[in-house]
Design a protein around this ligand. Structure first.
Ligand code: NDP
Length: 286
């Protein structure tokens, strides 16, 4: 039997409607500032999605374009300016930064109260401590999608493939906090299929096209595919995005599966909007 396809778009719409109503009741809209150094196409596309999302729910969005050759000290200065500006509620530093700039130093320079991407070590630490935090947006999307399935997380065998600081690791910690038994796999894991094939809930965030095959998945599992991999078309034809999971095979084995595109992706920007509202409320004592 074919799996239920769990789309992120419908959940995103519902959250955006709630945010729109909440923002309408605030004295002034939250203000989000995105700092973008250079012109990476991925960062540019993400910034466009941020701008559209903000406009839809009523958040003021400012994209500050910085020179690709900006010095690290000047980038930090830009972050500091936004940190101390009382009219700025949220700050994002668009990744990737041009070569030569230190991404983690930039992320660490953001005021944790304005860190709407959830990338400051303090926010990541709060996630690890099971405390309220501006948590990383993609990890929040993963958790929300799993919760949407109605599957019992307490006692569930969860396997997360990928341990990046902003996706795999925080998603694993948030699921652990909800009572699951969590295994995190990475490139050095000896027998990946052993782990994935016993997972009742499988979260995959690797960045390798269709690496997890149907035979690697337990029958009846919930599969959340975070991967976004661009496959160029042949002979100049338009390319397409695929996940880290071989969707056509996996959907014959899994009970529920997220598609790529259309699963985790649409929710991630929405979680950023949600963090922006949360950051504004906290800073205004609401
Ligand atoms: P990273 O490159 O930071 O991390 C990849 C992880 O995968 C690492 O932990 C790495 O292990 C692990 N890995 C690599 N190869 C293997 C392997 N052969 N077996 C097991 N594990 C492996 O990626 P991100 O977490 O940033 O992103 C992962 C994917 O999710 C990407 O496709 C990205 O585009 C996508 N993404 C999608 C988002 C969305 O909103 N839809 C948002 C963010 C990311 P090790 O640590 O040992 O190197």
């Amino acid at each position: 039997m074919s799996a239920r396809i769990l789309e992120g778009g419908r959940i995103a719409e519902q959250i955006r409607a709630e945010l729109t109503a909440e923002i309408a009741s605030m004295d002034r809209p939250p203000h989000l500032v995105a700092l973008m150094a250079g012109d990476d196409p991925g960062a540019r596309a993400y910034a466009r999605m941020q701008a559209r999302g903000c406009e839809e729910v009523g958040i003021d969005y400012t994209l500050r374009q910085l020179d690709a050759g900006i010095a690290q000290a000047d980038l930090l200065e830009e972050i500091m300016k936004a940190n101390v500006d009382p009219l700025v509620d949220g700050i994002i530093v668009q990744m990737p930064l041009p070569e030569g700039l230190d991404e983690s130093e930039a992320q660490g320079a953001i005021d944790p109260a304005k860190d709407v991407d959830g990338v400051h070590p303090m926010n990541l630490g709060l996630v690890a401590a099971d405390r309220d935090a501006l948590a990383p947006c993609t990890a929040q999307s993963v958790v929300r999608l799993i919760e949407e399935t109605g599957v019992e997380l307490r006692g569930a065998e969860v396997v997360v493939v990928g341990r990046s600081v902003i996706v795999g690791k925080p998603a694993a910690l948030m699921l652990l906090d909800r009572g699951a038994t969590v295994t995190i796999c990475r490139s050095t894991t000896r027998d990946l299929a052993f782990h994935t094939s016993r997972a009742e809930i499988l979260v995959v965030a690797i960045g390798r096209a269709e690496m997890i095959r149907g035979e690697d998945i337990k029958r009846g599992a919930v599969v959340i595919d975070v991967g976004m991999n661009y496959l160029p078309g042949e002979d100049g034809a338009k390319g397409r995005y695929v996940g880290d999971v071989a969707f056509d095979e996996a959907k014959e084995v899994a009970d529920v599966i997220t598609p790529v595109p259309g699963g985790v992706g649409p929710l991630t920007v929405t979680m950023l909007l949600k963090n922006a509202v949360e950051a504004a409320k906290r800073q205004r004592g609401l």
